[in-house]
Design a protein around this ligand. Structure first.
Ligand code: ATP
Length: 475
């Protein structure tokens, strides 16, 4: 097969729309900035990524438990965690059109267009807001429309809303900006209701919300998005039975790498680690790395890992006045645990998976998604060879229903539109690894034709062995 990979963002957006992976939110009303819906096959791929994460990091580990905390927490949570003062982006405004942009993004595109030897050494990630203001003014950087812009100012990304019937100061509440704070505020409940022993982790998947200023990178940066976050609690004193944070940190980095390359099947050549500089690091972190993927618009953060120390639990202990200690039942030591936090964006994992799996097969004139069978929205598509032959149709429907009902939980679809070639092409574009055709052989000899997405090779398999064949290949 002669294939090319490395799609453009336009290729991915077009495929996502054409096949129902991703839609614009409220498209019939003109769409909503930085917001997307996941269509029939997109929601399945998203769920499969989510499930793979949960299975690997919660179900399969003896040292992890799960949680599903609320989106709206008591507002004190976000004051204590520092998000009310520190979850900010550098905002500038076009003086003429009043459109808003992120100052760092305008500087980044200015640097891309003005390659000089000195600009190559600039580390934008470490710029403070004042550094950005100075750089913009020194280089006369304008908005993309060419108009002057305002000085950058810190813009808080937390979404505010009101609770209850009465409006006013007291009713202000935030949509969570990260799922992590639900884990910290439930820490005591988790200790009281489970038998966790330190070191242990709590993981959860859920929606987070940020009033992002950017546009134009499809689902990479959206207003609402899903995070899969882990807080891994440990005793930071190796001399007293605790763990060495650096060792734990490295072992989490390696688990993250294995998940992305093996469970999600991503080519390691498109991945790299990037350490945060001191000025870039979040207010709560002592060390941070980003696992970056080479998206069509360059290497960007997929998954962050931060050493959050005891920052959050200490702040919540102070604000709530509840003791948030762990007491070791053997040594009787009582302390506030430290945490390492691997925080993944499920939507960024989804975009990465689409980009990495995208191939153009010039020989067969098709686009094919080389998704792992475990992640594919459908693992098998069943077709009757001809739509107008009732015997073939009823046999194909019976095979589909038998697969749907089987204990193996295969994800099965059915297609009888157009000709077989077109059906193959549409299944290739959504990444279905196997197509099963019911033809006259099936009626005579109880054999179906199975066509492999990746090789396009076909083979005959007896209907009695079909389920076993598919389960073997898809698990
Ligand atoms: P960025 O620097 O790209 O804004 P971040 O460092 O603020 O991301 P974290 O706070 O570390 O992000 O959140 C953990 C993960 O959540 C990120 O690695 C990313 O995958 C995801 N994420 C964060 N913000 C968004 C967003 N607006 N849209 C989609 N995913 C996001």
């Amino acid at each position: 097969m002669v294939t090319t990979s490395n799609p453009t963002l336009e290729n991915i957006v077009a495929l996502a729309k054409r096949r129902g992976f991703v839609f614009l939110t409220s498209e019939i009303y003109g769409g909503l900035a930085n917001s997307y819906d996941y269509g029939p096959v997109g929601s399945s791929l998203l769920k499969n990524i989510r499930d793979a994460w949960w299975h690997t990091f919660i179900d399969k580990r003896p040292d992890m438990v799960g949680l599903d905390s609320a989106i709206m927490l008591r507002p004190e949570t976000w004051v204590a965690s520092g998000h009310v003062s520190s979850l900010v982006d550098p905002l500038v405004e076009d003086i003429i059109t009043h459109k808003r942009y992120r100052a760092d993004h305008l500087i980044e595109s200015w640097l891309d267009q003005n390659h000089t030897s000195s600009s190559q050494n600039i580390n934008l990630e470490s710029f403070t807001i004042q550094d950005m203001a100075d750089f913009i003014s020194k280089n006369n950087i304008t908005s993309p429309e060419g108009n002057p812009i305002t000085e950058p100012k810190a813009f808080n990304l937390l979404f505010e809303t009101q609770i209850g019937a009465v409006s006013g100061e007291k009713s202000i509440i935030y949509l969570r900006g990260e799922t992590a704070q639900g884990i910290f505020s439930d820490f005591k409940n988790i200790l009281d209701t489970t038998r966790v022993k330190i070191p242990f982790g709590v993981g959860q998947i859920g929606k987070s919300f940020r009033n992002e200023i950017t546009t134009g990178q499809f689902i990479f940066r959206t207003l609402e998005f899903e995070q899969a976050e882990i807080e891994y609690f440990f005793n930071p004193d190796p001399k007293n039975g605790g763990s060495d944070w650096q060792q734990l940190f490295n072992s989490w980095k390696s688990d993250m790498w294995v998940f992305v390359t093996q469970d999600l099947g991503i080519n390691p050549i498109n991945l790299r680690w990037r350490k945060h500089s001191e000025t870039e690091r979040s207010h709560y972190s002592l060390d941070t790395y980003d696992l970056e993927y080479k998206y069509p618009f360059g290497f960007k953060e997929l998954w962050g890992i931060a050493y959050r120390t005891d920052y959050d639990l200490s702040k919540h202990q102070e604000k709530s006045t509840h003791k948030l200690h762990f007491t070791d039942s053997v040594t009787n030591q009582s302390f506030i645990p430290h945490v390492i936090e691997p925080a993944l964006g499920i939507n960024r994992a989804f975009l990465m998976t689409l980009c990495d799996a995208y191939r153009e097969d010039k020989l067969n004139n098709r686009v094919v998604l080389e998704l792992k069978p475990q992640l594919a929205p459908y693992q098998v598509a069943v077709f009757p060879l001809l739509k107008n032959k009732p015997d073939l149709v009823s046999k194909a429907v019976a095979i589909r229903d038998q697969l749907l009902k089987s204990k193996s939980k295969l994800r099965v679809t059915y297609d009888d539109r157009g000709n077989i070639g077109k059906r193959y092409l549409s299944q290739d574009e959504i990444g279905t690894p196997f197509c099963v055709t019911v033809d006259f052989n099936t009626l005579d000899k109880d054999e179906v034709t199975i066509r492999d997405r990746s090789t396009t090779q076909q083979e005959k398999v007896s209907t009695t062995k079909l389920e076993h064949y598919l389960v073997e290949k898809c698990s």
